[in-house]
Design a protein around this ligand. Structure first.
Ligand code: CA
Length: 454
């Protein structure tokens, strides 16, 4: 009878301030979740998903699919209920052993008429499951990301995908919609095979050859997991990195130690070196949904594995700058709508700031400005036209008003105001000239008229 043994490690990395990954090590189910969302939302999303999975029945392929969908609903419900968690999501990849006769603890039970054991891989998002078989690794899961879609379509090479600026955009995650499609694969367990579950913090830093080399070299799954995390950190550690290595062993090789709960470093279990194995029978995604999997496990509910105290990753604090986190369509939509609103507000301010004119002074000359006196935010008034009227010519009573800026709703009305000023200035000039002339007349006429006046 088949058993699984696992070693795991998770780390914040060299750059991030917090660890948004979560892992589940609870034989016979193992998972990696990579959360995304602002502030603490990413951490919450991955934790909620992993805790939901941990609490669910995973004793058949169908049950596992339902458990991942339930994890999706758990994240969705949480995000929907708390505005600050809107848009959060998480990836989730799972490896579980299903089927087979009940073991000594009664933890696993075959559905009626089907006692064949299977390794089931389930995936949503871009965390990955690799199978290590005969010294080589094969990627089982398909990433649900924009760049991987482009790679599959032949429009991008895998090398280009690794550094593509939009590699953080995911096309499918848990928590974005009330329901989610889950990819599944079924594989006949082969003694000596290893399964590697990891977040993108590993494979974006460490290439497949190096990963395979570690899995060949280190027989202990825990040593291998820690070595892979260390390698990711040596190569930059620009993201959180989580690794679970699951070895397929025979029942009598099974470790007796149960995983420790709540530890930062997941439990140590006995090692099992990879050995030669036969080719696994991997099935294609969706087979579970098309009915090729074991019979539905409705009767298995009571016999569902009660996970032995699982180890959930505990984020460790660190400081540092970070590169962009992953984005989901939902959060992209949110960001876009915020930008549209901000853009609209800026346009409205610009329109308001420039919708009016005012008569003011530039270099002692009366001019017409477009915009509000003194400007509004970063919108300064611009010179619309000069008038040929100087401040000195202005009626003194109007000088202060014009110096402060006399606002008019349109250019035509500003011109009317200037015209009125010019008329007043002209009237002022006429009055001054008349006064001057009459003064001159009286002073010059005085001698002519003699001294007849008193
Ligand atoms: Ca990540």
């Amino acid at each position: 009878m088949t058993s699984l043994r696992a070693g795991a490690a998770t780390d914040t990395g060299q750059v991030r301030a917090n660890n948004q990954d979560a892992i589940l090590v609870a034989e016979p189910v193992f998972a990696v979740a990579d959360g995304m969302g602002g502030h603490a939302a990413g951490e919450i999303a991955s934790q909620v998903a992993v805790e939901s999975l941990q609490a669910d029945d995973v004793s058949s392929v169908e049950a596992l699919v339902q458990a991942v969908r339930a994890a999706n609903r758990a994240v969705w419900t949480r995000a929907d209920g708390e505005p600050e968690l809107r848009g959060m999501g998480t990836t989730m990849c799972v490896v579980a052993l299903v089927g087979g006769p009940a073991d000594g603890d009664g933890q696993r039970e075959a559905s009626a008429g089907d006692d064949e054991e299977r390794i089931v891989v389930a995936n949503v998002g871009d965390s990955r499951v690799y199978q290590f078989h005969d010294g080589d690794i094969i990627q089982i899961t398909d990433d649900h990301s924009l760049v991987e879609d482009l790679v599959r379509e032949g429009r991008l090479s895998p090398e280009e995908a690794r550094t593509h600026p939009q590699r953080n955009i995911l096309t499918r995650v848990l928590g974005n919609e009330p329901d989610v499609e889950v990819d599944t694969w079924e594989i006949i367990p082969q003694r000596g095979d290893r399964y590697l579950l990891c977040s993108d913090g590993l494979f974006n830093e460490v290439d497949d050859d190096r990963i395979a080399s570690v899995l060949r070299r280190l027989a202990s799954p825990e040593d291998a997991a820690h070595e892979l995390v260390a390698l990711a950190n040596q190569h930059g550690g620009r993201d959180n990195v989580s690794v679970v290595v699951v070895d397929v062993v025979q029942g009598d090789d099974r470790a007796t130690t149960a995983p420790a709960a709540g530890a930062t470093a997941p439990p140590t279990v006995a090692s099992a070196g990879p050995s030669t194995a036969n080719m696994p029978a991997a099935s294609s995604p969706g087979e579970a949904e098309t009915g090729a999997g074991p019979a539905s496990g409705t009767g298995d509910r009571a016999a569902a594995p009660a996970p032995t105290t699982p180890a959930l990753a505990t984020p460790s604090p660190a400081t540092g700058a970070s590169r962009p986190r992953k984005l989901t369509w939902r959060s992209l939509l949110f960001v876009c709508s915020v930008l549209v609103v901000l853009g609209g507000a800026a346009a409205a301010v610009a329109w308001f700031a420039r919708s009016t004119y005012h008569v003011g002074v530039d270099d002692e000359q009366v001019v017409i400005y477009r915009g509000r006196p003194g400007g509004l935010l970063w919108f300064q008034p611009t010179l619309a036209e000069r008038t040929g009227l100087t401040l000195a010519e202005m009626p003194p009573a109007r000088r202060d008003a014009v110096s402060a800026g006399k606002e008019e709703p349109s250019l035509a009305q500003a011109r009317d105001y200037v015209a009125a000023l010019e008329e007043q200035a002209a009237a002022e000039r006429r009055r001054t000239t008349t006064t001057t002339t009459s003064t001159t007349t009286s002073t010059t006429s005085a001698p002519l008229l003699g001294t007849g006046r008193p």
